[in-house]
Design a protein around this ligand. Structure first.
Ligand code: PGA
Length: 246
């Protein structure tokens, strides 16, 4: 069973999302894969209403690193959990870039997520410059080691690592199968070094970046890939359903 996660980013109104679900849910109801929709905060109540009794889970795209209080514009772990979400994306490259989010902040957010029993989908990945300088593993090591600092090994069951090379997000560019396989192997080696080989084998590792209906099948076949994180291509209910039921 693979895990297929859709990241809506800042797209759709609640009304459009409800229509999307009406089209999407019947198409995926017999799918064997685990399906998760990470929706805008404004859509969480609708998700709770329409997804609670289905095979589709849902989550937020971020949470605050603070518990509550003077953080205008932010959303807390508990607020997301309260609307029935079971996942949250964390450390997405668009947030790292736009808000200069550090690995330390990602670590604080992961701890907040686990604190209320939200599974954390932790996004990591190198820039094009880092890739060309052959620094991918070094970057992944730093991102993962700091993000998972202080976690107990048994908490890794609530962590999903999404390997998303920054240069592949929304660009139509996808690394070669060999490159993806190597990066996913790197992720598992880093987990093995910091926790154990048993955890490294068990942890769920996804690939994300320019996945679509045509390339998903080949990426899912790559050794070590447990699933996909899909941005743009999840916005079309028909093609995302076909990716989910692959
Ligand atoms: P993309 O986005 O599929 O549109 O490249 C992936 C992501 O940002 O998670």
């Amino acid at each position: 069973m693979k895990t297929i996660i859709g990241n809506f980013k800042m797209n759709t109104t609640v009304h459009e999302f409800a229509n999307y679900l009406d089209e999407f849910l019947p198409k995926v109801k017999d799918c064997k894969n685990k399906i998760v929709l990470c929706v805008p905060y404004t859509h969480l109540a609708k998700a709770e209403q329409k997804l609670s009794l289905t095979n589709v889970a849902y989550g937020a795209q971020n949470i605050s690193n603070e518990e509550k209080g003077a953080c205008t514009g932010e959303i807390s772990n508990l607020m997301v959990k309260d609307l029935g979400a079971s996942y949250t994306l964390l450390g997405h490259s668009e947030i790292r870039k736009r808000f200069k989010e550090s690995n330390e902040i990602v670590n604080q957010k992961i701890i907040r997520a686990l604190g209320v029993n939200l599974k954390a989908i932790v996004c990591v990945g190198e820039t094009l410059t880092e890739r060309n300088a052959k620094k991918t593993k070094l970057v992944l090591k730093k991102q993962i080691e700091i993000a998972l600092k202080g976690l107990y090994e048994n908490e890794l069951k609530n962590i999903i690592i999404a390997y998303e090379p920054m240069w592949a997000i929304g660009t139509g560019k996808v690394p070669t199968s060999k490159e993806i396989e190597q990066a996913i192997k790197d992720v598992r080696e880093i987990i093995a070094e910091n926790f154990s080989t048993k955890s490294a084998d068990k942890i769920c590792v996804l690939y994300g970046g320019s996945i679509n209906q045509d390339n998903c099948y080949n990426v899912l076949k790559i050794k070590g890939v447990n699933g996909l994180l899909v941005g743009g291509a999840c916005l079309n209910a028909v093609s995302f359903a076909s990716i989910c039921c692959n």
